[in-house]
Design a protein around this ligand. Structure first.
Ligand code: 5AD
Length: 331
């Protein structure tokens, strides 16, 4: 049996770290075999259609201070904003008109946006009849329960790295708090997305193998792997970007071991290389997130870098066609 066949047929617990290391660093024929297996599993368990989401970046105010992120609270070079309810609902309408079924509300970790969420989630859910996906950082168990009451369907909280030491050093908070948040979100019935960043300082290949195992153990509904992108006005602005192949291989391994989850081809792949998101789809991904944040605001949402790649509907459609896939029709 080849290593990829073993990945397909063996419980992940029964694969050694050495097996995962070989798959994580797969190149050439082994990598092609890994990607083909990932696409076959996607076809069988998730269908071959790519899901579209529309993201609205509702605020760049964040109380955390993660060294990799330009929205960190101590970055005084960033003009901070919070969108109004009217603005967000107008953009949600545009997402619906584009034929997209999920509104993805993303923002920094800031409990003050909860007042706005109380107004808009029920409208997006009941009046617009759309799915609501949130990515707003760490919250309390009570707040996650309230989001469900309001009508939210899902929540993304990446664990970023499985190393407690590395997480503490970069995010200045305990990893355990974040993992607890993920469990709370799952317990109240939200579909939960998580994931890692590839290419953080002092992150060894063994750390990435541990990330793969943690991702599997969380049993998420969505999971992403993103390359690290150096951001201006952060302590890591001179650190090199993450490796594309390690990221793609991680995505393919998660597709094969977890089978059903929604796996996005994140925009950071496209920053590393034009066509990077198409490579993500070829590695087993099945979702693209289209940006509906107005142009003036986009430049303030510095999740990655000065030169962030803003995914348009046209770019997404072209990427899907180039990958030989179809769009998942929600309406
Ligand atoms: N490179 C890659 N991913 C990043 N994120 C934030 N900054 C960066 C960066 N410089 C990711 C984190 C966070 C998500 C919203 O964005 O994983 O959870």
């Amino acid at each position: 049996m080849t290593l990829v066949q073993r990945l397909l047929n063996t419980r992940p617990d029964n694969l050694s770290d050495h097996d995962f290391l070989s798959l994580l660093t797969a190149a050439g024929d082994l990598q092609q075999e890994l990607f083909q297996a990932a696409c076959a599993i996607r076809r069988e368990f998730a269908g071959d259609a790519v899901i579209l989401r529309g993201v609205i970046e509702i605020s760049n105010i964040c109380t955390k201070g993660c060294d990799y992120c330009a929205m960190r609270s101590t970055n005084s070079h960033l003009h901070r904003y919070v969108m109004t309810s009217e603005e967000i609902l107008g953009l949600a309408q545009q997402i619906k008109q584009a034929g997209i079924g999920t509104v993805f509300l993303q923002g920094g970790q800031n409990p003050r946006v909860d007042t706005i969420l109380r107004q808009i989630i029920p409208v997006i859910k009941s009046d617009l009849q759309m799915q609501v996906l949130l990515c707003l950082g760490e919250r309390s168990a009570e707040t996650f329960a309230e989001y469900v009451q309001l009508g939210a369907n899902s929540y993304i909280l990446k664990f970023e790295t499985s190393s407690p030491r590395l997480y503490q050093a970069l995010a200045h908070a305990p990893l355990e708090n974040r993992l607890q948040n993920i469990r709370w979100a799952q317990e109240v019935g939200l579909q939960v997305g998580t994931g890692n960043i590839v290419g953080l300082p002092e992150q060894s290949l063994q750390c990435l193998v541990d990330d793969i195992r943690l991702g599997i153990n969380i049993k998420p509904d969505f999971i992403s792997s993103s390359p690290f992108i150096p951001s201006t006005n952060t302590p890591l602005h001179q650190h090199p970007h993450g490796n594309l192949n390690l990221t793609l291989n991680t995505m393919a391994i998660w597709r094969i071991t977890l089978r059903t989850p929604t796996i996005p081809a994140v925009s950071a792949l496209e920053i590393l290389q034009p066509g990077g998101q198409q490579q993500g789809l070829n590695a087993g991904a099945n979702v693209l997130t289209i940006n509906f944040t107005p142009k003036e605001t986009q430049s303030l949402y510095k999740i990655y870098t000065e030169q962030r790649f803003v995914v348009s509907l046209d770019h997404a459609m072209q990427t899907i066609a180039d990958a030989g896939l179809a769009v998942y029709q929600t309406f």
